[in-house]
Design a protein around this ligand. Structure first.
Ligand SMILES: Nc1nc2c(ncn2[C@@H]2O[C@H](COP(=O)(O)OP(=O)(O)OP(=O)(O)O)[C@@H](O)[C@H]2O)c(=O)[nH]1
Ligand SMILES: [Mg+2]
Length: 219
């Protein structure tokens, strides 16, 4: 009898848990974003906006009414990117964070036609190659992708529509774009918190939508 009640109690109180992987170049704003995610669903927590470059990973679980989101923030420095693939098989969605103030003054239409010396003013090409590598990996096949055009509070930022048309669309249309998947490009500022709720809302709906392909863990 005890076991029956325990089983019923566990069933009634358990929730689905989905893992979200934050990726992007170093300095893109991933750790700052994680702080905003944590603060969004807590009445008392204030986001810790002073960050240091991540060596390794930070992980936090946020509790939503109908699910847990376990968010993995991994270091974006070049030497650490090789570790990302070990998270691919178990994640339910990927957030690729872009520093919108560091993609150059961006004639984004010329992406891919540029010479190396054209890139001194931004990291657009690096961003493109890193995103392509992620999407091309077999373990990310079909995983929903949210691209966040971060740092939209900065005066020198590139608008989200230009990042969408010039970078993300080209990656998807290119031969390294990878398999069909749910994707969205949204603007945000991890510093001010603008756009963070919209990002979480999109992630929640998409992981649920994709749950047959990538089932959640019950907690
Ligand atoms: N203005 C502005 N600054 C931001 C924003 N998001 C992050 N920053 C700043 O950008 C710098 C890097 O932020 P992090 O969150 O540490 O970047 P990261 O992507 O975690 O970097 P790595 O851990 O090295 O991969 C910090 O000085 C942040 O305060 C933003 O939306 N607006
Ligand atoms: Mg970090």
């Amino acid at each position: 009898m005890y076991h029956l009640f325990k089983g019923l109690y566990m069933y009634a109180t358990s929730k689905e848990e989905y893992s979200i992987l934050l990726l992007g170049l170093d300095n893109a704003g991933k750790t700052t974003l994680l702080e905003q995610f944590k603060a969004l669903h807590s009445a008392t927590l204030h986001p810790k906006l002073k960050t240091v470059p991540t060596v390794g990973q930070n992980v936090s679980t946020i509790t939503l009414p109908d699910m847990y989101l376990k968010i993995w923030d991994v270091g974006g420095q070049h030497s650490l990117r090789g570790l990302w693939q070990s998270y691919f098989a178990s994640c339910h969605a990927i957030v690729f964070v872009i520093d919108s103030s560091d993609v150059g003054d961006a004639d984004l239409t010329k992406l891919g036609d540029r010479n190396a010396e054209d890139e001194v003013d931004g990291r657009l090409e690096e961003c493109r190659m890193v995103l392509e590598d992620v999407l091309q990996h077999e373990d990310t096949e079909g995983v929903p992708l949210l691209v966040l055009a971060n740092k939209q509070d900065r005066e020198d930022c590139v608008e989200v529509v230009r990042i969408k048309e010039g970078l993300v669309r080209k990656v998807f249309e290119g031969e390294k774009g990878g398999a069909v998947r749910d994707s969205r490009v949204l603007p945000c500022s991890a510093l001010t918190g603008t756009g963070v709720k919209e990002a979480v809302d999109w992630l929640c709906s998409r992981v649920k939508w994709n749950k047959e392909a990538r089932p959640p863990v019950m907690r």
